[in-house]
Each structure stands twice: as structure tokens, then as C-alpha cells.
Design a protein around this ligand. Structure first.
Ligand SMILES: Nc1ncnc2c1ncn2[C@@H]1O[C@H](COP(=O)(O)OP(=O)(O)OP(=O)(O)O)[C@@H](O)[C@H]1O
Length: 356
């Protein structure tokens, strides 16, 4: 089912939680709603579910305006952070619940329900635990039951609110795989809320980045990571180094450092160059003035990647570079060495970009 959010605004008293949000979601997408706490993610999800009203705008499912349709009639599956499983029911009964409570005319037969539940439990690899109660399961297993239960009723849309938020990092990773797998199997249009950028980049086919009740950017993980539209998105999606300087004649200047930025021909007294750690090139001998001297203050080995923390020699600022282990070995550098760093790729923002 496709979803259109058209110019939706929502106030709580005098506080504007969502302002003029518009989104087009195609049928079968797996969307991450990403943003800091309070940015409006849950409010938007609740509006989609019909659990919260809206002040302005409309919600369309498959082109039909469902703004005033009840939550029940929207045929939505829900998974929350705190697996709200029925404690007194077994795993099997939890998954079967939504089918068993259907009105008699729509209810599948007992055998059909059993087959469906067993298939779903096999899919989330819990078929051997069907008779257990929620208290006898780990957090990750409970969340898999919650996913199976949400899918049992064949929802047209699956909404997940920080579904893995309460779990530890390793289990979260495992559940991301489940979510992708289930999504590939069922193709249900799914939207999940997260404030974990890695989770969003890893799982979603598109990411909606929210800030202050507004959409900052919508795009594929690659687009939002490699081509952030605003300083906020740059900052929110990964580590970044800032080169604050002056923009003049296609050059960004800061202290001793000057770099050609031919695509930025305007002049501004204040501009900031954003550079990802993996776009910082390190050299031992200065090649030109597009480099700046810095002292290595910390080296952090992370398997195949090496993170290098540096302090600039000209101003009191720190930088972070990321190189492959192989390149690190070639460089032969150590803590305390003075090296020259050069941004390989730099994105310039001017003051008005900060006021989106
Ligand atoms: N029922 C309500 N009454 C008043 N204010 C509310 C209500 N629900 C949400 N808000 C406010 O609206 C803003 C957005 O809240 P929302 O829960 O949508 O944010 P979020 O992005 O999901 O945050 P988090 O990641 O912390 O869950 C917050 O400032 C919140 O305090």
C-alpha cells in the first residue's frame, strides 16, 4: 500500500510538533524515520496509525483519503519498543491472537490459524519455543514474537516505534536482519522509528531525517550519507570535521589553511567546510597549502579501520581521520607525530544553510 502524507501539521497546545510535513511512500518500501529526541517521529507514526489526530493536512493510503478513518479500519500492524506481549499467553497464542479475535465471518479455521502461526514462527526461528510464555524468552526473542504477531493479521502497513530500542547492540543487529528478511518476504510497506543512524542506514531503503517537527531530507541511505542537504543531516549521520573559515573567490580560508572550492563562488565572511573522517588525507610531507599541520594525539585500531585523532597546530581544534589498516601501515605514523592533513572532499555551508 502506498502512503501519502500531505502538508500535515500538528500542535500540542502552543507547541508545534509537526509543521507542514509531506511525504510520498511507495508500496513495499521500508522507511526509517530518523531524528533526535523530540523531533516528531512518534507523533508522525501515531498520526499514520490514526491514534493521534492532525490539525492540518491529510493522510492517503493508496490514493484514498483516510484522515478520518478509525485506527482499526486502517489495517495497520504495530510493534513497539516494549514488546507488549500478552504475558498469560504462550508464544503461539500471542501470534494467533489477532486472527482468533476476528469476527466469525472473517476468521480463518483453527487449522488455517495453526498453519499460519507455525509458518510465521518458523520464519522468525521460534517454532521450537511456541509453548513458552513471554517471561521465558530473551528480549530479542520477545521482539521476534512481536514482529510475527504484527504480521499474522496481514497488515497493509507495518509501523514500528523504536522496535529494538531496549535491546543490546548485538541483539539489535540480529533483529535488523530479521526485519529485513521479513520485509523481503512480505513486502508490507513498513515505517520504523529510530534515533540510531547506523540502524537507519543499515536497514531502510529510504530514510526520512526529521528535526524540530520538520523534514530535513528524504533519500536513500547513500544519498543522505554521501550528500547531506543541510549541516544538521551531515552532523546527525556520522562523524564530521568542521573547517570554519571565510569564503572568497572559490577558496575557503582558515588560519594557514586554504583550499580550492571552485563550486562556491559567492563570498561570505563565515562559511563552514564539512569533511567526513574517511575524506581526510594524511601525508607525512607537506605537498601544498591545501594541507594543514596537525599532531597525532590518539590512534584507535578498529579491525580493518584505523581512527586517528589529531590536533591542528595552527588553531586549537581537533580532527578525526579514518584510514584503512593497510594505508595506516604504509604511512608508518605514531602518536606524537606531526603530519599534514588535506580534505579530499569538502562540502561548504553558509550561514543561511543553518537556519532551515
Ligand atoms: N500528547 C502530547 N502532549 C504534549 N506534547 C507532546 C505530546 N506528544 C508529544 N509531544 C511533544 O511533541 C514533540 C515531539 O514528540 P515525539 O514523541 O513525536 O518525538 P520523537 O521524535 O518521537 O522523540 P523520541 O525519540 O524521544 O521518542 C516533543 O517535544 C514532545 O514533548
Amino acid at each position: 500500500m502506498s502512503i501519502q502524507v500531505q502538508n500535515v501539521s500538528k500542535n500540542f497546545g502552543s507547541f508545534q510538533a509537526l509543521s507542514d510535513i509531506s511525504i510520498d511512500i511507495e508500496s513495499g518500501e521500508l522507511i526509517a524515520l530518523l531524528g533526535p529526541s523530540g523531533s516528531g517521529k512518534t507523533t508522525l507514526l501515531r498520526i499514520l496509525a490514526g491514534l493521534e489526530g492532525l490539525d492540518e493536512g491529510a493522510i492517503l493510503f493508496d490514493g484514498q483519503n483516510i484522515t478520518n478513518v478509525s485506527p482499526k479500519e486502517r489495517k495497520i500492524g504495530f510493534v513497539f519498543q516494549h514488546y507488549a506481549l500478552f504475558r498469560h499467553m504462550t508464544v503461539f497464542d500471542n501470534v494467533a491472537y489477532g486472527l482468533k479475535v476476528r469476527p466469525r465471518k472473517e476468521r480463518p479455521s483453527k487449522e488455517e490459524i495453526a498453519k499460519k502461526v507455525n509458518d510465521l514462527l518458523a520464519l522468525v526461528k521460534l517454532d521450537n519455543l511456541a509453548d513458552r510464555y513471554p517471561s521465558q524468552l530473551s528480549g530479542g526473542q520477545r521482539q521476534r514474537v512481536a514482529l510475527a504477531r504484527a504480521l499474522a493479521v496481514e497488515p497493509k502497513v507495518l509501523l514500528l516505534d523504536e522496535p529494538f530500542g531496549a535491546l543490546d547492540a548485538k541483539v539489535r543487529k540480529e533483529l535488523r536482519r530479521w526485519l529485513r528478511k521479513l520485509h523481503n518476504e512480505f513486502h508490507v510497506t513498513s515505517i520504523f522509528v529510530t534515533h540510531d543512524q547506523e540502524e537507519a542506514l543499515d536497514v531502510a531503503n529510504r530514510i526520512i531525517v526529521m528535526n524540530n517537527g520538520k523534514i530535513e531530507q528524504i533519500g536513500t541511505p547513500d544519498e543522505v550519507y554521501e550528500n547531506p542537504k543541510s549541516p544538521f543531516v551531515y552532523d546527525f549521520l556520522g562523524n564530521v570535521n568542521l573547517f570554519k573559515g571565510r569564503l572568497h573567490n572559490g577558496k575557503l580560508t582558515q588560519g594557514q589553511f586554504e583550499i580550492d572550492v571552485p563550486t562556491y563562488l559567492d563570498s561570505h565572511e563565515e562559511a563552514v567546510g564539512y569533511v567526513r573522517p574517511h575524506d581526510i588525507h594524511i601525508e607525512k610531507v607537506q605537498s601544498n597549502n591545501e594541507t594543514v599541520a596537525a599532531t597525532i594525539v590518539h590512534i584507535h585500531l578498529l579491525g580493518p579501520v584505523v581512527q586517528i585523532e589529531l590536533k591542528r597546530d595552527d588553531i586549537d581544534e581537533y580532527l578525526e581521520a579514518e584510514v584503512t589498516k593497510e594505508h595506516f601501515n604504509e604511512l608508518g605514523i605514531k602518536k606524537g607525530d606531526v603530519v599534514y592533513i588535506r580534505p579530499k572532499q569538502l562540502r561548504v555551508f553558509i550561514p543561511e544553510d543553518f537556519s532551515i
